[in-house]
Design a protein around this ligand. Structure first.
Ligand code: GDD
Ligand code: MG
Length: 361
């Protein structure tokens, strides 16, 4: 089977992390976001994966080529000279996607869930339509593509409304599809939105169905959702692979700690925390609902809550970080500093308090 992952876009909503690393390579639960998807595709029997890229392809190629062997897949890079949107990349990769008559998967690179690809393929074959969209329910549908159903035929989509201004429903496009190769014939090689241009044609043809997702789902393309998604992922991990979670007197709730991290026995970690490789956590530090990326240090008695600490950064002693603070690569926070909702650009040093949401550059 075949799959295409849409890895374009600049990931601006995940800045300052994406100023250093392309969004799909930012570590989610200590592994590049896109590896979760590559692994799930490989487990479902996909052997050919196309990564549709329009931004810094070199970094992606270097990082991902080494995973081909590990997961037993061929990864090809389809590089756009101008951003082709969410449909144009399918046309650009036509050769691979049409190499046989079987349907192919399409994934937005920023969605995290349990990826039920096998069940999706079975469901798709059974209804005989040209496409199937994975659907999930959310509280705030206006940020997504909303699916409205035909009442007479189960799962047949009657309307697809991208980012609706008025409420039309709360079942949304989860950003995972399976499509027949003939769908590519509906797309021109130019910047095109699959949501706004291709899906409405399939709806018109009464050939687009939806498949209900079980379990958690999150688009982790912005810091608040990245942290919420981490919590949901850890809850799911606690059910599926509890042995992957950290244990100990200083661990509260669901926590992942890389084996190379050094945590003081008097620190308290959790719930919903991910500690990356070579991280050092000092005496009496308190970390909750946060992600600390590789090679960073949190010194003694600091509190880190609802925060993403970027790579190679240092948080001093007696600091307090909270309110969806995000530190980029190589940031230094001096002792006793308070940051509430600050987005700190790479290579900055912070010596005074940031009491409310601000970009520090
Ligand atoms: N190759 C390529 N080229 N990829 C692109 C381009 C492009 O020009 N533009 C966007 N992408 C990729 C993004 O990297 C992402 O993986 C995916 O296409 C969707 O773009 P987003 O910018 O993340 O869209 P969204 O989150 O606002 O909305 C989409 O996802 C929602 C689910 O999270 C839509 O598909 C919605 O309908 C959906 O509900
Ligand atoms: Mg998105």
């Amino acid at each position: 089977m075949k799959g295409l992952i849409l890895v374009g876009g600049y990931g601006t909503r995940l800045r300052p992390l994406t100023l250093t690393v392309p969004k799909p390579l930012v570590e989610f639960a200590n592994r590049p976001m896109i590896l979760h998807q590559i692994e799930a595709l490989a487990n479902a029997g996909v052997t050919d994966i196309v990564l549709a890229v329009n931004y810094r392809p070199e970094v992606m190629v270097e990082t991902l080529k080494k995973y081909e062997k590990e997961y037993g897949v061929n990864i090809t890079f389809s590089v756009e000279t101008e951003p082709l949107g969410t449909a144009g990349p399918l046309k650009l990769a036509e050769e691979v996607l049409k190499k046989d008559n079987s349907p192919f998967f399409v994934l937005n690179s920023d969605v995290i869930c349990e990826y039920p690809f096998k069940e999706l393929a079975d469901f798709h074959k059974a209804h005989g339509g040209k496409g199937t969209i994975v659907a999930t329910k959310v509280d705030e549908p206006s940020k997504y593509g909303v699916i409205v159903h035909d009442i007479s035929t189960p799962n047949l989509i009657d309307r697809f409304v991208e980012k609706p201004v008025e409420f039309v429903g709360n079942r949304i496009n989860a950003g995972l599809y399976i499509l027949n190769p003939e769908v590519i014939d509906l797309i021109d090689l130019k910047p095109t939105s699959i949501e706004k241009e291709t899906f409405p044609i399939l709806v018109e043809q009464k050939s687009l169905y939806s498949f209900d997702l079980e379990g958690f789902w999150m688009d982790v393309g912005q810091p608040k959702d990245f942290l919420a998604g981490t919590g949901l992922y850890l809850t799911s991990l606690a059910k599926r692979n509890p042995e992957k979670l950290a244990k100990g007197d200083n661990i509260v709730g669901n926590v992942i700690v890389d084996p190379t991290a050094k945590i003081s026995p008097s620190a308290k970690i959790g719930p919903d925390v991910v500690i990356g490789p070579n991280v050092v956590i000092g005496d009496g530090a308190r970390i909750a609902r946060s992600v600390v990326l590789s090679n960073s240090t949190i010194k003694d008695h600091s509190l880190v809550k609802s925060t993403i600490v970027g790579w190679n950064s240092t948080v001093g002693r007696w600091c307090r970080l909270e309110g969806v603070t995000v530190m980029g690569d190589d940031v230094e926070v001096k002792d006793e500093v308070y940051i509430n909702g600050g987005k700190v650009l790479p290579h900055k040093s912070i010596a005074s308090n940031v009491p409310k949401e601000a970009i520090i550059m």
